[in-house]
Design a protein around this ligand. Structure first.
Ligand code: BTN
Length: 238
């Protein structure tokens, strides 16, 4: 079971998670211990930092993540496991599906979309042997200061989403031990379609063939060559 630390307002939950990781790394019987503590059975920390608002929410590539009240902002600290960002996208997509009649889609490598607008983003960072998986979900915000690419579940359904309920379902899916790439294929935006990708600032066209087991994207270029792309080198996909 994950421990949840709640804050009203923080700069960024990922930053809080980093600070926590630097000082308190292990739990014994649910109690946090400093990383140098050597008594007892050491269990890896599995913890969630949650905030109602962020003043300096961060996105990938140093972008800002607008974090007013109404959204869900959390960072999960986990031991290194494969595919953390896709796992997080899957958990968000499943939760939306369970709580609404919407059909969410995952835009590789870290976005969740509804009707082609972004409803959630994931920023995974690593520190020592851990990942900090930062997840931002637009739940109940009513406007996005003219960011036309963004939407919220409230805007899409007209209904207010219960934050605690959403969080509980999200975490239970995030923690599933049987997560595989198979599970996300159904949700993948552009799968089998022609796409334009920005790779290290150069645009490339091709067919989005699949996602490999290691989470990289397989792009078939016009020449027929299949390129394997890591999420770190791809800036956008459209
Ligand atoms: C992106 O789409 O580029 C990723 C956005 C990630 C936002 C979340 S909100 C909680 C956590 N704290 C942050 O500062 N960023 C992530």
């Amino acid at each position: 079971m994950m421990q949840i630390k709640r804050y009203k307002i923080v700069k960024s939950t990922n930053e809080i998670a980093k600070e926590l990781l630097k000082t308190q790394i292990y739990t014994v019987g649910g109690t946090f211990l400093p990383r140098y503590h050597s008594i007892g059975v050491r269990k890896p920390l599995l913890q969630c930092i949650l905030a109602d608002e962020q003043t300096d929410g961060k996105g990938r590539f140093d972008r800002k993540w607008l974090s007013q009240k109404g959204g869900l902002y959390l960072s999960i600290i986990i031991e290194k496991t494969p595919l953390p960002s896709l796992r997080a996208c899957y958990a968000v997509a499943r939760t939306i599906e369970i709580l609404t009649t919407l059909r969410p889609q995952i835009r590789w490598p870290n976005d969740v979309l509804i009707r082609n607008k972004k409803v959630a983003g994931v920023l995974t960072e690593s520190l020592n042997n851990n990942y900090i998986c930062g997840i931002g979900v637009n739940l109940n915000q009513k406007d996005f200061n003219a960011i036309s690419e963004a939407t919220s579940i409230q805007i899409e359904t007209g209904e207010t989403i219960d934050q605690d309920k959403f969080l509980k379902i999200l975490l239970s899916h995030f923690e599933q031990t049987d997560f595989t790439i198979e599970k996300i294929r159904d949700y993948l935006l552009f799968l089998g379609k022609g796409v334009v990708i920005s790779i290290n600032s150069k645009e490339k066209q091709g067919i989005f063939m699949d996602i490999a087991d290691d989470g990289s994207l397989l792009l078939r270029e016009d020449s027929g060559m299949i390129r394997k792309l890591q999420s770190s080198e791809v800036k956008f996909l459209r």
